[in-house]
Design a protein around this ligand. Structure first.
Ligand code: AMP
Length: 220
């Protein structure tokens, strides 16, 4: 069985994982983490919720981001507030001691509070739903000119909910030498054409549909 220490993660991260009781990487983590750390290519991961996909894209970020820069380096788009908050929860668990900070940008929270938090915290990672992200982007309050990574989580769900145009609008505002990392449970036609039109030679990996993270928790 592959160990986390074989995937290219730094010692601090390995200690955190041990503390969390994550003994072995799940299938999607094992396949995605080394590729995301080593290559500068776009990425498509076919994986459902419960497979450990969130850590599969969060863990490589620490190896990629510059903690000394206070610009937004990563935007993670989620179809729902609930998922955005879950991603944030996982982020806080995985990065308790780093200088990399994240903030959630979603509807349902007052603008003042959200804008205040962004100004104060200067997060390198924004986790948000498309509507509110675009709102703040249009007001010039979120600037993506230094953003290197756009992560689309549950992309099929995002498109089902009618966010395709929003995703495209965000893409237009992120410079060309960015990478897109997409995670989706299914590959409908709209996702395939989004990949064809917006991604450059992506690496694709897939995880079996069974919830491998859940299984490894149950086994313990
Ligand atoms: P996700 O599919 O990202 O929603 O993750 C499902 C659950 O599995 C979350 O509660 C994670 O904290 C947990 N998890 C993720 N990776 C691992 C792992 N390698 N070992 C044990 N639990 C994990």
């Amino acid at each position: 069985m592959t160990k986390f220490s074989e995937l290219g993660l730094n010692k601090g991260t390995l200690a955190t994982l041990e503390g969390l009781g994550y003994e072995n990487p799940t299938e999607i983590q094992e396949k995605a983490i080394p590729v995301l750390i080593d290559s500068d290519k776009d990425f498509v991961g076919l994986a459902q919720t419960g497979t450990g996909k969130t850590a599969a894209f969060l863990l490589p970020l620490e190896e990629k981001l510059d903690p000394t820069s206070k610009k937004i380096q990563t935007l993670i788009l989620s179809p729902t507030r609930e998922l955005a908050n879950q991603i944030y929860g996982e982020f806080e668990k995985l990065f308790p001691r780093t200088k990399i900070k994240a903030e959630v940008v979603c509807g349902g929270v007052s603008y003042d509070r959200q804008i205040g938090a962004i100004k104060r915290k200067k997060p390198q990672v924004i986790i948000g739903t498309p509507g509110r992200v675009i709102d703040l982007m249009n007001q010039g309050l979120l600037r993506f000119d230094e953003t290197k990574f756009l992560i689309l989580d549950e992309a099929d769900e995002m498109l089902n909910m009618g966010f395709l145009e929003d995703v495209q609008l965000v893409l237009e505002n992120i410079k060309n030498d960015r990478n897109i990392w997409m995670f989706s449970a299914t590959m409908p036609r709209e996702i395939k054409s989004l990949i064809k039109n917006e991604f450059s030679e992506p690496i694709t990996v897939s995880s079996s549909t069974e919830s491998s993270a859940k299984k490894s928790i149950e086994q313990r």
